[in-house]
Design a binder for this molecule. Structure first.
Ligand SMILES: C[S@@+](CC[C@H](N)C(=O)[O-])C[C@H]1O[C@@H](n2cnc3c(N)ncnc32)[C@H](O)[C@@H]1O
Length: 208
C-alpha cells in the first residue's frame, strides 16, 4: 500500500510539512496537534526529554520551548540533519528506537508523535520495552498516533490518508490495543487515553 506521495513526502520536507498541516486541520491546526500529547504534563527547563522518532524536529521544536534538555532520536540521517538545522537547541542520536544506545532510567519524559504507526507489531513491542527501560521510575511516556475512528464519518478521510501516505503497519495500529500493550510491558496509564478527530487520533500518557 501507500503511494509515491509517501516517498516524496520523506524526500521533501516542505511536502511532509504540508501534509502534516493538512492532516492537523482535523484537530484545529498543527500548533494544536503539536500540543495534544503535552496537555496536562509538567515540563520545566530541567525535565529530561526524549523525542522518539523525531523526524525533522517537528515536535522537537515545541519541546525545546519547555525544556533545555531535549534529545531527538531517529534512524534517518537525512531527517536528523534537517532536525539539527531546524532545532539546534536539541541534541540528536541516530539510532533504532528498538535498540537505543541510551542509559537506562535516563529520561523524565519520552514523547513520540506520529511514528508508532510505522512499526510492525514485534518491533512496536520492542520499542515500548526500550521506552520503559530509558524512562526513570515515575517517568512518563506521551504518545499521539492514529486510532480506529469512533465516529463513522471519519473512516473515509482516514482511509484515504492511510492509503495515500502510509503502509500496512498503520492499518495494523488501528487494530492494536496500545493501552493494553503498554500495561503488559509494565506501564500504568496516567488517565484514560483521550481521543480526537472523531476517534482517529489517540493520546496516551503512561507512567513507568
Ligand atoms: C512520520 S515520521 C514522524 C516524525 C515526527 N515525530 C512528527 O511528528 O512529524 C516517523 C519517523 O520515524 C522514524 N523511524 C521509523 N522507524 C524507526 C525506527 N525503527 N527507529 C527510529 N526511527 C524510526 C522515521 O525515520 C521518521 O522520521
Amino acid at each position: 500500500m501507500a503511494t509515491i506521495l509517501r516517498t516524496w513526502s520523506y524526500q521533501h520536507q516542505w511536502l511532509y510539512d504540508a501534509i502534516a498541516r493538512l492532516a492537523a486541520v482535523s484537530v484545529g491546526g498543527e500548533a494544536r496537534f503539536r500540543q495534544l500529547a503535552l496537555q496536562g504534563l509538567t515540563i520545566d527547563s530541567e525535565t529530561k526529554v526524549l523525542d522518539l522518532c523525531c523526524g525533522s524536529g517537528q515536535a522537537t521544536q515545541v519541546l525545546v520551548k519547555y525544556s533545555e534538555d531535549v534529545t531527538g532520536l531517529d534512524i534517518s540521517p537525512v531527517s536528523l540533519e534537517r532536525a539539527q538545522r531546524n532545532v539546534p537547541q536539541a541534541k540528536y542520536v541516530e539510532a533504532l528506537a528498538e535498540d537505543m544506545p541510551l542509559l537506562s532510567d535516563r529520561f523524565d519524559l519520552v514523547h513520540t508523535s506520529a511514528a508508532m504507526h510505522e512499526m510492525e507489531p514485534d518491533r512496536l513491542r520492542q520499542i515500548l520495552q526500550e521506552v520503559y527501560r530509558v524512562l526513570k521510575p515515575g517517568g512518563i511516556f506521551a504518545l499521539v498516533d492514529f486510532h480506529r475512528p469512533t465516529n463513522p464519518l471519519f473512516w473515509p478521510p482516514i482511509s484515504l490518508f492511510l492509503w495515500l501516505f502510509e503502509t500496512e503497519t498503520a492499518w495494523q495500529l488501528l487494530q492494536t490495543d496500545l493501552p493494553g500493550l503498554l500495561q503488559e510491558i509494565g506501564f500504568n496509564l496516567v488517565e484514560e487515553p483521550t481521543l480526537h478527530a472523531g476517534g482517529s487520533l489517540q493520546v496516551i500518557h503512561a507512567r513507568k
